[in-house]
Write a protein that binds this ligand. Structure first.
Ligand SMILES: Cc1cc2nc3c(=O)[nH]c(=O)nc-3n(C[C@H](O)[C@H](O)[C@H](O)COP(=O)(O)OP(=O)(O)OC[C@H]3O[C@@H](n4cnc5c(N)ncnc54)[C@H](O)[C@@H]3O)c2cc1C
Length: 423
């Protein structure tokens, strides 16, 4: 079945990058078709940042911004010099969505509603008459070499074929597959000869088999330091907030360590150690314990230690030091045992047995080999009329708004290149 309509461009995938790209190209008067396999657009975007959408990171200096993209920074300088996080402010604020900067330079819509970001992009699609077909899954790209290698058409699950001068692939990666990002774009690109690095979950919680950790599920500890060691040597240490879960640990510090920890796990066993008081030395922590015990002389340790940390963590500290201490009045705790408690508080240790899977990952690394993309335009170096955006690219990055900024930047650059070529 061949569609009789003709389009200037077809965008495959109605997520963050696909919607933005389609709207911008259509604003030039071009005929744009957007194909999305879900019934709705922006399903993943609508759950970002705990439904508040951490839309970018407010770092105006491009080089500093790109220092958060350790492996891909050199490829990204060109597109980010054209569309940076400052441009993201302008883009959304001009469309009636004020943004605010919060802790760690993370930027959110003032409304703190990810749905509002989706609504802004959808409005652009309507305003500029983008033809949107939801519930339409693209299954294959057909190539043609008559006029140099190019993608000639796309075929949907219903066997319908669409053609256009330019094709934009924005089908996302494989993280959180329930949102529609199931790696279809990777399969289609592999089939036409692109190199795709295997995906692995990234910005993802870590697992442990220590049951005492599982018992702390739901407990958050702020301003802790976690050290990850291999063969007795500390390989990575970070400070921040952690969340204990029924399978291990999560929270910003852990999510942003997961890439390095996964690399370590490939080489052998990894041990984590949590320091609950990273800003105190041994003597200072002992002094804090003495002071706390003095203020609660006749109470049991199990009721006093929660003055200094969440109750469940306090009980874990006692359990790991010596369970019988919990029932003692603090005034009867010997100096030696107090010191042992302090040592446990600064080195709560457990093995890391792996990372959680794609369903718990914020992003998946892997994707299209960066050498196969022209980053001045976001066009494929193999097929001159094919553009590749957002999560499809093999770009590792931390949480904090960096992923969505990659979407906005690549969408904007591709859209403007397409507009130029259509002239
Ligand atoms: C829980 C969670 C929270 C996150 N929070 C943040 C955050 O606060 N800040 C941040 O910067 N990043 C965040 N991210 C990452 C961010 O959501 C992604 O980087 C971003 O959505 C990627 O956009 P994309 O356009 O590349 O792909 P996606 O948003 O994944 O969109 C791809 C679209 O293509 C469609 N599609 C797939 N295959 C086909 C096909 N064959 N045919 C037609 N359509 C298809 C999919 O249904 C989907 O709608 C979060 C991710 C998750 C999972």
């Amino acid at each position: 079945m061949h569609s009789s309509d003709t389009y200037d461009i077809i965008v495959i995938g109605g997520g963050a990058s696909g919607m933005m790209c389609a709207g911008i190209v259509a604003s030039s008067g071009a005929r744009v078709l957007l194909l999305e396999k879900n019934r709705e657009l922006g399903k993943k975007l609508s759950i970002t940042g705990g439904k508040r959408c951490n839309i970018t990171n407010n770092e105006p200096d491009v080089r500093t911004f790109l220092s958060h993209f350790p492996q891909a920074g050199k490829f990204l300088f060109s597109p980010f010099s054209k569309f940076s996080s400052a441009d993201t402010f302008t883009f959304f604020e001009q469309r009636g969505l004020p943004l605010v900067t919060q802790a760690r330079k993370r930027v959110f819509p003032k409304s703190e509603r990810a749905a509002d970001v989706v609504a802004v992009l959808e409005k652009d699609l309507r305003t500029h008459n983008v033809k949107v077909l939801t519930g339409t899954e693209v299954r294959a790209l057909t190539t043609d070499t008559t006029d140099g290698p190019r993608v000639a058409s796309v075929t949907t699950h219903q066997g319908e074929t669409f053609t256009a001068r330019y094709i934009v692939l924005a089908t996302g990666g494989v993280a959180a597959p329930e949102t529609g990002s199931t790696g279809d774009g990777f399969r289609m690109l592999r089939a036409i000869g692109h190199t795709i690095a295997d995906a692995s979950p990234n910005i993802v919680p870590l697992k442990t088999n220590s049951t005492w950790v599982h018992r702390l599920m739901g407990t958050t500890c702020s301003n802790v330091e976690v050290r990850f060691s291999q063969n007795g040597k500390v390989q990575l240490k970070k400070k921040g907030r952690i969340l204990f879960t029924h399978f291990g640990i999560s929270g910003p510090l852990i999510l942003n360590s997961s890439f390095e920890v996964r690399e370590l796990l490939k080489r052998g066993a990894v041990h984590a150690s949590v320091n609950l008081f990273p800003d105190l030395n041994e003597a200072e922590l002992d002094a804090l314990l003495v002071q706390t015990f003095d203020a609660h002389k006749n109470k049991k340790l199990r009721n006093v230690l929660p003055e200094l940390m969440p109750k469940s963590v306090a009980h874990a500290v006692i359990y790991l030091t010596n369970p019988s201490l919990g029932e003692l009045s603090v005034h009867s705790i010997l100096k030696e045992n107090r010191r042992k408690l302090a040592r446990t508080m600064q080195s709560l240790g457990f093995p890391i047995t792996g990372t959680m899977g794609f369903e718990r990952a914020v992003i998946a690394d892997g994707g299209v080999a960066l050498e196969e993309v022209d980053f001045t335009t976001m066009a494929s170096r193999l097929f001159s009329n094919l553009y590749i955006l957002g999560d499809m690219l093999h770009v590792n990055r931390p949480s904090g708004g960096f992923s969505l900024q990659l979407c906005w930047t690549t969408a904007w650059v591709a859209a403007h290149d397409i507009i130029e070529r259509l002239k």
